[in-house]
Design a protein around this ligand. Structure first.
Ligand code: PBG
Length: 305
């Protein structure tokens, strides 16, 4: 099979698409067949028109352009960072696989000092309200600064106006820059974004069975259950990737435990909800967590009521 994988041109997109392409080739050979995967660069509106991103929800800008290229037949499948994918399904496409996830944690990158070692008032960069609020909950003295741009740009700011930045471990690891992480932040102090560290593989609904079957072999059941719960909570809370909503599910021994957190912007107030059950109930666990949080005033905390 000759396959075209549509990807953005950023370093992270290229790295994760390339790594997934290798996994597809290996899976085909394990199945006794053969596949060749060609990376097709899709230029997205967000890549061309960076200025317009300010104030816009990041969610969807990059994802939509890739999806349009897939629907138009410019490629056969696409790879998304799941945390950037809106929760509503996209007509004509289906998520055929969610591979085993990378480290879901956020990490602090500094000149070597841990969060506890940073001096009072240290400047930490992050563009994420979720990260900002949780940092301030642990260290109210920190000077949290807005930060945008790709992973390289963000890392280059350490020692240049910032004492540190917070990034996803998965992104650093996929770029081969895991050593730039000074300290992984615990999933208790810094609950990750729903779906963080996971990828979603999409095809057209009318894709050939051979392609669907091959990609489906790369689905990872525990990861799919975990991210299903996390994203259902997010969907019920009606929040995007820019919202101060965090959700992290752990699967052990056939059971799934979901921790969902909604945080006020200054980090002083947070609502936490924990729910668990069997994997088959993943979606229901996420939904009930989301509804509990709404019942407890999550909308007020998110500034919507
Ligand atoms: N919002 C940007 C983004 N989207 C996906 C990742 C990499 C981590 C992942 O795959 O979840 C990143 C960078 C970051 O948050 O540091």
């Amino acid at each position: 099979m000759n396959l075209r994988l549509g990807t953005r041109g950023s370093a992270l997109a290229t790295a994760q698409s390339g790594q997934f392409a290798d996994a597809v080739v290996a899976a085909a050979s394990t199945a006794g067949g053969e596949a060749a995967v060609e990376l097709v660069k899709v230029t997205t509106k967000g890549d061309i028109d960076r200025g317009s991103l300010v104030g816009l929800s990041q969610t969807g800008v990059f994802v939509t352009a890739l999806r349009e290229a897939l629907l138009a037949g410019e490629c056969d499948f696409i790879v998304h960072s799941l945390k950037d994918v809106p929760t509503q399904p996209y007509p004509g496409l289906e998520v055929v696989a969610i591979p085993e996830r990378e480290d879901p944690r956020d990490v602090l990158c500094t000149d070597g000092r841990t969060l506890a070692e940073l001096p009072e008032g240290a400047a930490i960069g992050t563009g994420s309200p979720r990260r900002a609020a949780q940092l301030l909950a642990v260290r109210p003295d920190l000077d949290v600064q807005p930060l945008r741009g790709n992973v390289d740009t963000r890392l280059s700011r350490i020692g240049d106006g910032l004492d540190g930045v917070v990034l996803a471990a998965a992104g650093l690891n996929r770029l081969g820059r895991g050593d730039d992480a000074t300290e992984p932040l615990s999933v208790e102090d810094m609950v990750p974004a729903p779906g963080q560290g996971a990828l979603a593989i999409e095809i057209r609904e009318d894709a050939p069975d051979e392609l669907r079957t091959l990609l489906a072999t790369l689905d990872h059941t525990p990861t799919r259950a975990a991210v299903t719960a996390e994203r259902e909570a997010l969907r019920v809370l009606d929040a995007g990737c820019a919202a101060p909503v965090a959700a992290h599910a752990v699967v052990t021994g056939g059971r799934l435990t979901l921790h969902t957190r909604v945080i006020g912007n200054d980090g002083t107030l947070a609502l936490n909800e924990r729910n668990s059950g069997v994997l088959a109930e993943a979606a229901a666990i996420g939904r009930s967590s989301g509804f509990s949080l709404l019942g407890r005033g999550a909308e007020r905390l998110m500034g919507r009521a």
